[in-house]
Ligand binder design. Structure first.
Ligand SMILES: Nc1ncnc2c1ncn2[C@@H]1O[C@H](COP(=O)(O)OP(=O)(O)OP(=O)(O)O)[C@@H](O)[C@H]1O
Ligand SMILES: [Mg+2]
Length: 247
C-alpha cells in the first residue's frame, strides 16, 4: 500500500531536553494512526515536525513523496494541522472570515473557497455561529472552527493534535466521523488524544510514545480481538507510564 507518511529516525533536542529519539513509522493511505503518551511524551513535537513547523535535529520524513526539508512548501500544501490547545484563529474575525482568510493563504480561488467553506460549516454543524466573531465563541465552538480551518485546503495528510480536547460528546463525534470519512477518501490521519477510548475506537494503529521514544505500535483491531478491553487498558496504562508488556 502507498505510504503517505514515512518517518525515518526523527530526533529533536531542545536546549535541555531530548523531546524525540529516533522515531520511525509509516502511515498508509486510508489509515488512521492514534498517538498516545503522557504529558511531555513528544506527541505535539512530532506533529509539528511532520507539518514543517519545526525542524528535526536529525532524521527525515516524506509526505506524499515530498521531503520534509527540501520540499517543505509542497509538504505544507499536502498537510492540514490542528493544535488542540492553541486554536490559532483571529478573534476579531468571524468563523467564516477566518476560513476565508486561510483559504486565501492556501491560494484557493474565491469560488472554490466558498464552496469548500459552506461544505465545512455544514459538516461541522456551525451554521448558527459561522458569522459570529470568534472571540465571542465558546472553547468547543472555537475548536470546531479551528478544525475546519486546518483542512480548508483539503489536504491528503491530516494531523490532529488533541482534536477531542474541549469538545462535548456530540462535537467529538462529528470530528471523529469526519476523520473516518477522510479515511474512506484514502487520506492519512495521525491524531493524538488523552482519551484511550477514542484512540481505541477510531484508530487502525496505535503508536505509544514515552519520553520521546516509540515504546509500542500495534494493530488496534487485532488487539481488540486478542485481548479484553481491560487487558488493553492495563497494558496501555503501563506503557504510557514507562512500563513494559508481554504479549
Ligand atoms: N519549544 C520548546 N522548547 C523547549 N522544550 C520544548 C519545546 N516544545 C516542547 N518541549 C519539550 O519537549 C517535550 C515534549 O513536549 P510535547 O509538547 O511534544 O509533549 P506532548 O506529548 O505533546 O505533551 P502534552 O500531552 O502535554 O501535550 C517536553 O519535555 C517539552 O517540555
Ligand atoms: Mg501536546
Amino acid at each position: 500500500m502507498f505510504k503517505l507518511i514515512e518517518i525515518f529516525n526523527i530526533s529533536k533536542r531542545f536546549k535541555n531536553c531530548e523531546a524525540l529519539k529516533e522515531v520511525s513509522f509509516n502511515v498508509s493511505n486510508g489509515e488512521i494512526v492514534g498517538l498516545l503518551g503522557e504529558n511531555g511524551a513528544g506527541k505535539s513535537t512530532l506533529l509539528r515536525i511532520i507539518s514543517t513547523m519545526l525542524n528535526p535535529t536529525s532524521g527525515s520524513a516524506k509526505i506524499n513523496g515530498y521531503d520534509l526539508i527540501k520540499d517543505s512548501k509542497l509538504v505544507r500544501k499536502n498537510v492540514g494541522i490542528l493544535f488542540g490547545s492553541e486554536v490559532g484563529l483571529y478573534e476579531r474575525l468571524t468563523a467564516r472570515e477566518n476560513l476565508e482568510y486561510f483559504a486565501k493563504l492556501n491560494n484557493m480561488n474565491k469560488e472554490e473557497a466558498k464552496n469548500r467553506i459552506d461544505e465545512l460549516i455544514k459538516e461541522f454543524s456551525f451554521e448558527d455561529y459561522a458569522d459570529k466573531q470568534v472571540g465571542k465563541l465558546s472553547k468547543g465552538m472555537k475548536q470546531k472552527v479551528a478544525i475546519a480551518r486546518s483542512i480548508v485546503h483539503n489536504p491528503s495528510v491530516i494531523l490532529f493534535d488533541e482534536p477531542d480536547s474541549g469538545l462535548d460528546f456530540k462535537a467529538a463525534n462529528i470530528v471523529f466521523k469526519f476523520m473516518t470519512k477522510c479515511k474512506k477518501e484514502n487520506k492519512s490521519i495521525i491524531f493524538s488524544s488523552h482519551s484511550m477510548e477514542n484512540i481505541k475506537i477510531y484508530s487502525d494503529r496505535m503508536v505509544v510514545l514515552h519520553k520521546g521514544e516509540i515504546v509500542k505500535q500495534f494493530d488496534v483491531k487485532e488487539y481488540r480481538q486478542k485481548y479484553t478491553d481491560k487487558e488493553i487498558n492495563d497494558m496501555l496504562f503501563n506503557l504510557v507510564c514507562g512500563g513494559d508488556i508481554d504479549d
